[in-house]
Structure formats: C-alpha cells, structure tokens
Design a protein around this ligand. Structure first.
Ligand SMILES: *[C@@H]1O[C@H](CO)[C@@H](O)[C@H](O)[C@H]1NC(C)=O
Ligand SMILES: *[C@@H]1O[C@H](CO)[C@@H](O)[C@H](O)[C@H]1NC(C)=O
Ligand SMILES: *[C@@H]1O[C@H](CO)[C@@H](O)[C@H](O)[C@H]1NC(C)=O
Ligand SMILES: *[C@@H]1O[C@H](CO)[C@@H](O)[C@H](O)[C@H]1NC(C)=O
Ligand SMILES: *[C@@H]1O[C@H](CO)[C@@H](O)[C@H](O)[C@H]1NC(C)=O
Length: 364
C-alpha cells in the first residue's frame, strides 16, 4: 500500500533568521501517520503529529513514548486495536511538555467486548491495559473520547499532568461482562489534574494508590465503584498526600466516596478533601472509609499501619439506594484522626451498625 506519510514543512523563514547561537528545531511542522509503523519510526521528526484513523495491529502498542519536548499529538478519525490476549498497553505516551488532543469526532475504540468475560483482571482472558501515561510530565491530554476498554483505562504515573475533558464510555460493558474497567489509576505522581471527566464504567472512576497533589474536579461517574483513594498499602510507594475531589456527580455506582487501606500494610493517607459531591443511586456505601483490605476484599478487621489523617468531607449530598448503607467507617484504634466532616447529608438506605473507632469530626 502507498505510504500516506505526509511531511508538511512550514515556517522555514522564521527559522532562517533565528540567532545562530540557538538550536534550530529542524523537525517537520506536521506529520500525518496512518499506521503504527510510521508513527514509531518517525515520531521524533515532527512537531505536530496527527494519528489518522490508525488500526493498531494485535499485540502491538501505539508507542508514543520518548517524544521530543514540546510535541503535539492529535488523534483523528477512529483508532482501533486488533485482538490478542496480552498485557498491553494498547497506547503509551511519555515526554515533557507534550500536548495530546483530539480532532473533532475522533474516537478511540478499545474493542473491549472481544475480551470481556466478567472476570476483568482476576482471570479468564488476559486483557491488555489501555493507556499508559507514565513519565508524561508537565503535559496535557485534552478531549479524548474513549470507549470500550478491555480492562483498566488510564494508568497515570506522571508529574504535573493535566487530563481535561476526557470521556470514557464503557457502558456497553454493563451487559456484556466489562469488569475492572477503572477509569483513572494514579500512582507515584506529583501533580495530576483530572478536569471534567465523564465516565461510565465498571470499577473505580478514580483510584489513587500513591502520590501527591492529585485533583479530580467537575467530573461525572456512573456505573462503577466510586471515587476512591486506594487501596493504599503493599506497593513500593504507599503515601497519598493532598488530594482534592470537587464538584463531581457520582451515580448508579457501588460507592460514592471511598477510602480504603490494606490490612497489615504501612503507609499514609493525609489531607484528602471531597467537596461538592452529589450522589444518586449508590448501591453499597454512600461514604466508606475502611482499613481492612486484603487481596482486594474487605477482611472486616482494621489495622493501624496506614493512618488516615485530615480527611475533609465538605458537602457530600444526595441519596443512596434503598438497600445501601449511607456511611461506613472501619478504622483501627487511633489510626484515623483530624477529620473534618461538614454537610454530609445523605438520604435513603440505612445507617451502619458496624462503624468502629469513628474519629471526632466525623459521624456514622
Ligand atoms: C510541577 O509544577 C510545580 C508548579 O508549577 C513546580 O513547582 C514543580 O517543580 C513541577 N514538578 C515537576 C516534577 O515538574
Ligand atoms: C511515606 O511516608 C513515610 C512516613 O511519612 C516516609 O517515611 C516515607 O519516606 C514515604 N515514602 C515515600 C515513597 O514517599
Ligand atoms: C491540603 O491539600 C490541599 C489540596 O486539597 C492543598 O491546597 C493544601 O495546601 C494542603 N494542605 C497542606 C497543609 O499541605
Ligand atoms: C442503580 O444503579 C445500578 C448499578 O449501576 C443499576 O444496575 C440500576 O439500574 C440503577 N437503578 C436505577 C433506578 O437507575
Ligand atoms: C500481620 O503482620 C505481622 C508482622 O508482619 C505478621 O506477624 C502477622 O502474621 C500478620 N497478620 C496477618 C493476619 O497476616
């Protein structure tokens, strides 16, 4: 097939008069790639990259790692992926001062139904991770429209990364066996700003496992497990500090606000704020804080090695489903302190009779 690689070189006049002491950026202005092979071969030769309707072959990564500082990458048309059981990721980006965005109408379709078997990452088919933003620092991802990820969607391990107006629509997985389709998993990051996310999935809308200065604002989450910290513990980094979740609607989900730490692990959860959170049709817990997770399930007995301090809830309102519990707190003795809860006003469901070691400032 004819190569559609187009190198459009513009703006040479400006380069020609640049001071000789400066390095001249000789990259082409815009490159349009229609295959993974072109993109990986030539990605560092262009200032602006358009990924035009790429069909990513089975078992390959759309590998946009190692981009030159200041590169802009635009997804255009529909991006699709061949089927293979493997670990992925299907897409990977790294670099500094990178701008990732989408042309009007662009869709990234993970084709998840081919992998969905109701087992997620706990067995069955091996399912590829979707999008790695690892070492994508001082960068921005804007306006991506994603659907049907095989399992977890965005894995974020970056400093000062903004993810703005990202839509993740895994709603087809509700009836078709989508599972563990976390929208944003954040770890080992300092400065992550997730703004205006629209998520329909079958697991955490946000899960912060470690890191600092993480914000999730103006989002909507439906179908999943809530906006979560944790589970914290048992990894190489187990500290979560300065998290701000604001102005977010959580509906049709197992939980609303959730903080969970790992049984018998060490680490810390410090200065986490949820404000302006509205809940509707929450089927398990409106607000849940528990220090007893083991192998992904609550054990029922809390431990004290991952203290949760300065947990602020300011305006968590709305309703839970009739068989749900409004608030559940399971803390180890002395392991939860300096909490400030204001206007946590939930209707529906029932109160918990099992809350343990509730710190002053909160109530069950
Ligand atoms: C992130 O941004 C802050 C504020 O602009 C800056 O102080 C910090 O050095 C940046 N961190 C990294 C790792 O780039
Ligand atoms: C986590 O916090 C503990 C206690 O504050 C500290 O000793 C440790 O160095 C921190 N670890 C990381 C990876 O930041
Ligand atoms: C607590 O986190 C917030 C962000 O939610 C941040 O603005 C504030 O500076 C942090 N407080 C401290 C004492 O670090
Ligand atoms: C409530 O949420 C659950 C879980 O997502 C969903 O199955 C159910 O249809 C929702 N109920 C209503 C009335 O929307
Ligand atoms: C908890 O950790 C301690 C010390 O590492 C260990 O001795 C104990 O067996 C652990 N308990 C459980 C139930 O795993």
């Amino acid at each position: 097939m004819q190569s559609k690689l187009a190198l459009t070189v513009l703006g040479f006049g400006a380069c020609a008069i640049a001071a000789p002491s400066k390095t001249i950026d000789e990259r082409a202005s815009t490159c349009t790639f229609t295959s993974v092979a072109q993109a990986t071969a030539s990605k560092t030769a262009c200032k602006n990259i358009v990924l035009q309707g790429i069909s990513v072959p089975a078992g390959e990564t759309l590998d946009m790692t190692g981009l030159t500082t200041g590169t802009t990458v635009t997804f255009a048309g529909t991006t699709t992926f061949g089927y293979k059981e493997w670990a992925g990721p299907l897409i990977s980006f790294s670099g500094k001062q990178i701008t990732v965005n989408a042309a009007s109408g662009a869709i990234i379709d993970g084709g998840g139904a081919q992998w969905w078997d109701g087992k997620g990452s706990n067995g069955g088919k091996e399912k590829p991770k979707f999008f790695y933003a690892h070492s994508l620092d001082s960068s921005t991802i804007t306006g991506l429209s994603v659907k049907n990820t095989p399992v977890q969607a965005f894995s974020v391990q970056s400093d000062n990364l903004t993810l703005k107006d990202i839509t993740i629509d895994n709603s087809a997985g509700d009836a078709a066996g989508g599972h563990n389709t976390d929208a944003f998993d954040v770890g080992n990051s300092d400065g992550v700003y997730i703004i205006g996310a629209k998520v329909q999935n079958q697991d955490d809308c946000l899960a912060v496992n470690s890191g600092s200065n993480i914000q999730f604002t103006g989002g909507s989450c439906s179908g999943g497990h809530g906006v979560s910290i944790g589970s914290v513990g048992g990894r190489s980094n187990n500290n979560v500090t300065n998290v701000y979740v604001a102005d977010t609607a959580i509906s049709n989900s197992q939980n609303g606000v959730r903080v969970k730490t790992v049984y018998n692990a060490t680490g810390s959860v410090h200065n986490v704020t949820y404000t302006g959170i509205t809940l509707s049709n929450i089927t398990k817990y409106g607000v849940v804080v528990e220090q007893d997770y083991e192998n992904g399930s609550p054990k029922g007995t809390p431990t004290t090695g991952v203290p949760i301090t300065d947990l602020v809830l300011n305006g968590v309102t709305g309703s839970v489903a009739s068989d749900a519990t409004r608030v559940y707190i399971l803390c180890g003795e002395g392991a939860c302190s300096d909490w400030t809860w204001k206007d946590v006003t939930l209707t529906g469901g029932a109160a918990s009779s099992k809350c343990t070691n509730i710190p002053s400032g909160a109530s069950c």
